[in-house]
Every structure is written in C-alpha cells, then in structure tokens.
Design a protein around this ligand. Structure first.
Ligand code: UD1
Ligand code: CA
Length: 460
C-alpha cells in the first residue's frame, strides 16, 4: 500500500517528432502511460494523480473511464519540480509517502517499486531516489555520493562539471518522498540553473540542509537499466519494445510455452498462452489474445482479439481477428477468421477460407476456398470447395442457416436469407435461393446438354 502516486506526463517529447503526446505512443500494444499506471496500481495506491500538459485532452480522453486516475494540469512545462507542484493541490490533506514516477518509463516493474518503497520506509528517509547505471550516461542526471557512498545530490548533465559528467550512476526519475517534507521543499525551489527549470531533484539538497542527521536521503541502485529507462525518441521506443517483448516471451517460456524462434515473435502485453503450446517463427499475437494449452501456431500467423481453446492447430499464414476457437480446431494454412467467427469444438476451417460473424458447428468442415459470413452452421456439416454465402444484397446483410449433418457440394452459392435443412444435400454448382427441407437434395443447375460435332462446326 502507498498513500499516493504522482505520475509526470506533461512533457512534449520533442525528440519523438510527433503530433501525438509522447506518453500516448504505443509499446506492446498499449500507450506508454498505461504501463506506468499498471505498475503503480499493483502497489495499491490510495490516490493517483497524473500531471498532463502537452496534449492533455488527448491523454485524458485516452484513459477516460479508467478508475482512480485524477488529473492535474501543468500548462507550461517549467520543470519536474513545477510539475509535482501542480499535482499537490489534488493531494491536500493526504499524509505519508508519495511515489513519483515518469509517464515515459514503460518497463518499470511493480516488484522493483515495492522493494524500493520498503527500503525508503525501513531507512526512514525523507526522500529516496531509484538509480541505475548506464555507460555512457548521456542526458541523465548524475548521482553524486560522498566517499562513504552516502547520497548527496543529483546534478543534471547541463549543470555538471567534467568530473561529475563521467559518473555512470544516474537518476531514473523515480522517487519516494514524505509528503509534508515535499510540500515544504517544493515551496523553496528556484530555477537558477542551466535550463532555467524548477528541478525536482533539488529537494535532495533541501532534505540534507534541513535534517543533516540521520541521513535523510537514500539512493537505491537497481541493476536493470531497461526497466528504468525512459523513451525520448523512436529508437528508444523500439529498443524498449524489444526488451519488453523479450521479458514477456521469457516469462511465457518459463510457464511452459515453446517458442521455436523467440526473437522473431511479437507479442502484446495482454497475451496469455497455455502450457505445451508451440509458437513457430514470425508470429504476431495481440492485443487481447488468449491461447489454450497444447496448441500449435504456425509460422507467420497474425492473431488479435481472439480466444483460442486447447488443442488447436493453426497452420502457417493465418490471420485471425476477433475469432473464437472453442478447442481442437484445425485452421489454415492461409485462413482468415474475422470478427465474431466462432468455431465450435473440432470444427475445421481449411486453406483460403474467410469466415465472418458465423458459427461453425461441432466437427463441421469448411475446407477449401470458401466464404462464410453471417451464418450459423450446425454439427457435422461438410461445406464443399468454393462455396459462398451471399450475405449482402447491396443494402443489408442476411443470415444463412445450415442444419446438422447437411452436405454442401462444391461451388454452391447460398443467397441469404436462406435455410438449408438438417441432412439436406446441395448438389455441386447449385445456387440456393429458397429454403431447402430437411434431408432433401437441392439442385439448381441446368441439365448438361451435348451438341454433337461442335468443334468441326465452329472452326469452319
Ligand atoms: C529528469 C531528471 C533527471 C533524470 C531524468 C530521468 C530533473 C531535473 N531531472 O530529467 O535527473 O535523470 O529525469 O528521465 O528532474 N515533465 C513534466 N513537466 C515538466 C518537465 C517534465 O511533466 O515541466 C515530465 C516529462 O513528461 C517526463 C518527466 O517529467 O515524463 C521527465 O522529464 P524529462 O524532460 O524527460 O527529464 P529531465 O528533466 O531531462
Ligand atoms: Ca527537461
């Protein structure tokens, strides 16, 4: 539990060269800020204030409807100290500790934050900083310690002399601070520095000045640079995306998922996969994908917003979006399942088939070159090659309903709305425009005629 969290997200992110506010750029399928909010939530904060400025409306509307977020507006970005000041009115009356995070540090982990908070409390600090090491430390504030290793201050690169500039321990921009101390320290900040900004980092010196003993400031070193690193440009974004996905894939492998070539697969944050499932190279999964146990996902599949049960075999080059596979389903290669495609257990969709807003019943087969849209297909149905449900009349969509055990020959068109009864047989090449009774044979093609000696006549 933590009394309050403040997330700084008002900066423009000039180096992204983007019209979009930096914290709305996506990593693993979610805005950067989303990842930070999730990490904060795991600490069970009583209050959470996000400071926004650049593109504030856009940021706020992106997170509209999400619980617990309070917004503070920083109209002009006068520095990190000023940003925190803007958040304080929202926390009036709140006591205890506040955790301050940057909205552009997407790989931050709640476990690391918890360890950091525990240390801050055990050591009874007024202010604690989470640091890491990076070489070269370009762009970051440097951590300065005395000979005993005690934390003294943070010096921004632009204010640093040569001996400070070479230090490789840097400020991650993550702080735990006693709120009452913070209120006081912020009220004394000045912007007398190289950037003319109000530096939040100056509260370190004010803690040391006011309460020289016992040591009121702590700086806790975290070994993993990536998890504390911020996004300042699109190269950083790509590098962190890579690191995030490596972490995700490694976790899934630890949970029993095989990745034949982990480096080539791209997963969003909200992908879940059951044990003994095998993911082949060059697979893209997410957002909102759940895959059961004992499945195979073939090479070059792209799956989003889909739920896949156990024992499914998805062959290479399939595209699934908004599909549900209830289990034991063979799919593909080259199948396209669009939103609301639903495969009952053991239903099969083969190569070059498209399914949309349709349920394929238990054990039914749609094997080759077929379009099924706005349809309900019963159990044990066989749909022949090249079959089409003609669901659209140019104005409206209509339903095709096929009963259990029906057999649809090849190259059949079913002009919806139309029902095919249970056990009915549709001859190859038939255009079905009227409901077919149960167990009937439907044929609509003209009888084959032979005109003798046609060849001779036509070449005369
Ligand atoms: C700050 C730290 C630096 C640290 C670095 C880590 C200060 C003075 N320096 O650098 O020691 O190594 O973070 O990334 O704090 N922001 C606002 N309003 C502002 C300014 C910034 O909301 O007026 C937000 C930004 O959106 C960003 C975060 O604060 O999320 C950090 O700002 P940024 O400009 O990236 O960092 P620096 O100030 O350069
Ligand atoms: Ca800055």
């Amino acid at each position: 539990m933590i009394d309050a969290v403040i997330i700084l997200a008002a900066g423009q992110g000039t180096r992204m060269r983007s019209k979009r506010p930096k914290v709305l750029h996506h990593l693993a399928g979610q805005p950067l800020l989303y990842h930070v909010i999730q990490a904060a939530r795991a600490l069970d904060p009583q209050r959470m204030v996000v400071v926004v400025g650049h593109g504030a409306d856009q940021v706020q509307s992106t997170f509209a409807g999400q619980p617990q977020i309070e917004w503070a507006i920083q109209d002009r970005q006068l520095g990190t100290g000023h940003a925190v000041q803007c958040a304080l009115p929202a926390l009036e009356g709140v006591d205890g500790d506040v955790l301050i995070l940057n909205g552009d540090v997407p790989l931050i982990q709640s476990s690391a934050l918890q360890t950091f908070l525990d240390a801050h409390r055990t050591d009874r600090r007024l202010v604690s900083v989470l640091s890491t090491t990076i070489d070269p430390p370009t762009g970051y504030g440097r951590i300065v310690r005395n000979e005993a290793g005690e934390f003294l201050r943070i010096v921004e690169e632009k204010d640093a002399d040569n001996s400070t500039r070479v230090l490789t321990e840097i400020n991650s921009g993550t702080y735990a601070v006693q709120l009452n101390f913070l209120r006081h320290a912020l009220s004394t900040l000045s912007n007398n520095n190289a950037q003319g900004e109000y530096y939040l980092t100056d509260i370190i010196s004010s803690a040391l000045n006011q309460h020289p003993s016992p040591h009121p400031t702590g700086c806790y070193l975290h070994p993993d640079f990536f998890s504390l690193s911020g996004v300042n440009n699109r190269r950083h974004l790509a590098a962190l995306e890579r690191a995030f996905r490596d972490r995700l894939v490694e976790r899934l492998m630890d949970e029993g998922v095989t990745f034949i070539d982990p480096e080539s697969c791209w997963l969003d944050a909200d992908v879940n996969i059951g044990p003994d499932t095998v993911i082949h190279p060059n697979v893209i999964l997410g957002p909102e994908v759940t895959i059961g146990a004992n499945c195979t996902v073939g090479a070059f599949c792209h799956i989003s917003r889909s739920r896949i049960g156990d024992e499914c075999e998805i062959l290479p080059f399939c595209h699934l979006d908004g599909a549900t596979l209830e289990g034991g389903n063979p799919v593909g290669p080259y199948a396209r399942l669009r939103p609301l495609a639903e495969l009952a257990p053991n239903a099969k969709v083969g190569n070059f088939c498209e399914v949309k807003k349709a349920r394929i019943g238990h054990g039914s087969k749609v094997n080759h070159l077929t379009y099924i849209g706005d349809a309900t297909i019963g159990r044990g149905v066989n749909v022949g090659a090249g079959t089409i449900t003609c669901n659209y009349d140019g104005a409206n969509k209509h339903q095709t309903i096929i009963g259990d055990g029906a057999f649809i020959g090849s190259d059949v068109q079913m002009v919806a709305p139309v029902n095919v009864g249970a056990g009915a047989v549709i001859g190859a090449g038939t255009t079905v425009t009227k409901n077919v009774p149960d167990d009937a044979l439907a044929l609509s093609r003209p009888k084959q005629v032979h005109i003798p000696n046609w060849r001779k006549r036509s070449t005369k």
